[in-house]
Ligand binder design. Structure first.
Ligand code: BG6
Length: 482
């Protein structure tokens, strides 16, 4: 657990939005209730809804109870929590509004110097980020301005840009106002307990790491599947599509954690160096290679979703074969399947090992070797399972594959923190380990842009709801790995 932070103020842009109401306010409430926050903290919401402080408090109270009732386990504490909320009403592109924000920060700082430490949280569409940052600077609230002593940090939600060009522009604007060590590009997947366990599993056990390479591993499969569609996010999805929504961030971050080398030390930058190297080793896509490496799909019924164009070509599914061109992984395909409206909601990583050189037991009944696997369950099951062959009881010498399984929920009494609890605490404490550094972010966009550019004109295949995507994805497995 990060040390208890000093007094601070969180300024949330997009405070009336879904993410803030479902994740941020419930997480801040619970952290304060569990004693992880200092007694003096406050949240200032910024938006154009025209609320007074009191109206904003009422709005947050009602909506959080509606959207995240499980987080409000004590109404009285929640009411007290809401008293710490304030509101600044402004258009986000209106510089004058940021002077009001400045004044509000100074006004609410109190005797404890609560304005000293400021965390700006951008929970807004990426197109608004540049104007917000510019206006913060003009109002004297940039990362290098010090209206009072203390730290300044800025958390930027995904999607961080729309492609490499826009991500670069946003990075440049941010860096005019904040140093890289003040910028927290969030990918909530990195706050998930089983995702954090990937490195621990690999680097704290002597028995797996020696096998974790091209000599022993046949292939890696990363699945990020959801059994539901785009819900009410039609407008967002039409702009984004699955490659940008999932592959560019969650998918490539999982891949980097699986493929990275051991870091020199457990410092944020040592870890981020190794992840960045993996992303740099990922082979880019071209018109020539894309047919055998990528299948995209769109679920039947997508065109009828609210906010979706009747002739939309946006993908809600992708199956991609990545190749990591480095010493450890050369020739090992990393398959990534991600999509909406698939068979079930599951995120898992399966490492399949090569078969032993001779299959003695084949002639006794098991035709082909059933390879060993390590299965890292990320959600809903938080598990690690190992598949191996074992002798079936009885007279015959026949092997059956069996699983040995560890499950977080049954092995530990204590519950882990949710991603937003953890990442908020990390940001406040100044720990960037689980936030994306600029080089990795831009390289991820280069990779996804190369897929999208190569696909130009190739339309997504339709797939039935609750299937596992278009059948055309079989051709990816059939193509040679290298
Ligand atoms: C978000 C995506 O980043 O992650 C969503 O925009 C997706 O499309 C969500 O549903 C999945 O996150 P989780 O943690 O709920 O599985």
């Amino acid at each position: 657990m990060s040390p208890r932070p000093e007094t601070f103020t969180i300024v949330i842009f997009g405070a009336g939005g879904d993410l803030a109401l479902r994740k941020l306010f419930p997480s801040i409430f619970q952290l304060s209730r569990w004693g992880h926050l200092p007694s003096a903290w406050r949240v200032i919401g910024v938006g154009r809804a025209g609320y007074t402080h009191e109206q904003f408090r009422r709005y947050v109270r009602d909506r959080v109870i509606e959207l995240s009732p499980e987080s409000v386990d004590d109404r009285q504490s929640f009411d007290e929590f809401c008293e710490q909320l304030f509101y600044v009403n402004t258009e986000l592109d209106e510089p004058g509004g940021y002077i009001s924000l400045y004044n509000e920060i100074m006004r609410t700082r109190g005797d404890d110097g609560g304005c000293s430490n400021l965390l700006f949280y951008l929970s807004t569409p990426p197109s608004l980020a540049p104007v917000i940052v510019r206006n913060l600077v003009t109002a004297g609230l940039g990362g290098r301005e010090h209206p009072c002593p203390g730290w300044r940090k800025i958390v930027v939600e995904k999607p961080f840009g729309h492609d490499l060009k826009s991500a670069r522009e946003l990075n440049s604007i941010l860096e005019e106002a904040f140093d890289e060590n003040q910028i927290y590009r969030i990918d909530h997947y990195l706050g998930k307990e089983p995702v954090q366990n990937i490195m621990v599993f690999r680097f704290s056990n002597g028995m797996f790491e020696p096998l974790w390479n091209r000599q022993y591993i046949e292939q890696v499969q990363i699945t990020i599947a959801e059994d539901f569609g785009i819900r009410s996010r039609g407008a967002y999805y039409e702009e984004s599509g699955l490659l940008r929504d999932i592959v560019q961030n969650h998918g490539l971050q999982l891949l980097a954690a699986i493929a990275m080398e051991p870091p020199v030390e457990l410092s944020p930058d040592s870890i981020r160096d190794e992840k960045s190297k993996v992303l740099r080793s990922l082979r880019l896509f071209s018109r020539e290679t894309v047919h055998d490496s990528v299948v995209t799909g769109q679920y039947e019924g997508y065109l009828g979703e609210k906010g979706v164009a009747p002739d939309s070509k946006v993908e809600t599914f992708a199956f991609v074969k990545f190749m990591v061109d480095n010493w450890r992984w050369s020739g090992v395909p990393f398959y990534m399947k991600a999509g909406k409206c698939l068979g079930r909601t599951v995120t898992e990583i399966v490492l399949t090992f090569k078969c032993p050189p001779q299959n003695f037991y084949g002639k006794y009944g098991t035709a082909a070797c059933t390879p060993n696997q390590v299965v890292l369950g990320i959600q809903p099951d938080e598990t690690v399972a190992i598949r191996f062959g074992t002798k079936r009881p009885g007279e015959e010498l026949v092997t059956d594959p069996v699983f040995m399984k560890f499950d977080y929920r049954t092995s530990f009494a204590e519950k882990g923190l949710t991603p937003y609890h953890r990442l908020l605490l990390d940001a406040v404490a100044g720990n960037q380990m689980n936030f994306i550094r600029r080089d990795s972010l831009e390289r991820s966009w280069t990779i996804v842009d190369s897929i999208r550019d190569s696909l130009d004109g190739i339309l997504p295949d339709r797939y039935p709801v609750h299937s596992w995507g278009p059948e055309s994805d079989e051709r990816i497995y059939e193509s040679s790995p290298d």
